[in-house]
Design a protein around this ligand. Structure first.
Ligand SMILES: Nc1ncnc2c1ncn2[C@@H]1O[C@H](COP(=O)(O)OP(=O)(O)OP(=O)(O)O)[C@@H](O)[C@H]1O
Length: 276
């Protein structure tokens, strides 16, 4: 559904390109976590995907179309939730009336259910809601558009602890097989058990693009009393022992995304080889 080919991008001719020769293929039916340190280029990549920025060279295609062409048939299939946003001083009902018409499969019933799940007040204007409440409204609106591509930049920022678990629940329960969700986040714990594919950016390149199934087929995530054990690729001290990553030897373990992120950012070349 998303195909990135030989993508090069610079903000200006004087600067070094931010991306050089990026390649990526993302299928529908997935929830992808886009990870990377501050300044790695996550927001820039999202803007290239939704057509707010133009590739310097190479191409980005969404459902076969170039987002930079901003063709209405594609725009009605793409929803972007930015990290920062401004709401007009109108009610939720009027906002929905004014904006839902852009999305042909907009699901009003789903929106009402999500507004109830997130316990949003329905008697206030959008600009009178708290930051977290505004965010929860936009997440609800995004899911209700039923767009083929949902791009969410730091969706859990500003959400309280119960709302984060509602977020995971509604994401898992509101998506169809033909949709693709890309979530850019630093809050990896918030999206654990939700994402099924990880993209990791570093210095203008993807240093990992793998499904969680592929990761858990190659790597084992465990706890240990010593960091010196056989085959330990990476370890981190935690109260009472160590979290370790080892090559997979046939058992199964769930992927600890935060540990994996630290391991790839700070670990050895050998560690990186396992996720290439
Ligand atoms: N409009 C712009 N003009 C020039 N450079 C920019 C512009 N926007 C971003 N950059 C630069 O591009 C790089 C990537 O920025 P981007 O916002 O995409 O990173 P990010 O991974 O989303 O960061 P963060 O995790 O801090 O949000 C940074 O070095 C940033 O300074």
């Amino acid at each position: 559904m998303v195909t990135i080919k030989d993508l090069k991008f610079s903000y200006s001719k004087k600067q070094q390109p931010l991306f050089q020769d990026l390649q990526c293929e993302l299928p529908s039916g997935s929830i992808v976590g886009l990870l990377g340190k501050n300044g790695a280029g996550k927001t820039t990549l999202l803007k290239l995907m939704i057509g707010l920025l133009q590739p310097t060279e190479g191409s980005v295609r969404i459902i076969g179309e170039q987002p930079w062409d901003r063709h209405p048939s594609l725009l009605q299939e793409v929803y972007f939730l930015p990290e920062e946003f401004h709401h007009p001083g109108i009610s939720i009902g009027n906002y929905v009336k004014a904006n839902s018409g852009f999305y042909p499969r907009f699901d009003e019933e789903l929106l009402q259910r999500l507004i109830t799940d997130f316990e949003l007040p329905d008697n206030k204007r959008l600009n009178q809601l708290s930051y977290g409440q505004k965010k929860k409204f936009l997440i609800s609106f995004a899911l209700s558009t039923k767009c083929r591509l949902l791009v969410l930049d730091e969706p859990t920022n500003g959400l309280d602890i119960p709302s984060k678990s509602i977020f995971r629940k509604v994401m898992a329960g509101s998506l169809d097989e033909d949709q693709l969700v890309i979530i850019s986040t630093h809050q990896v714990r918030d999206v654990e058990n939700l994402i099924d594919r990880v993209l990791m950016l570093e210095k203008g390149k993807f240093i990992m693009q793998k499904s969680l199934f592929e990761i858990s087929s190659n790597l084992q995530f465990a706890t240990a009393t010593s960091p010196e054990g056989e085959n330990v690729l990476y370890h981190e001290m935690v109260p009472g022992g160590y979290k370790v990553i080892r090559p997979q030897t046939g058992g199964s373990s769930s992927v600890d995304i935060e540990l994996l992120f630290n391991a790839i950012s700070n670990g050895t070349e050998k560690m990186r080889e396992y996720v290439k």
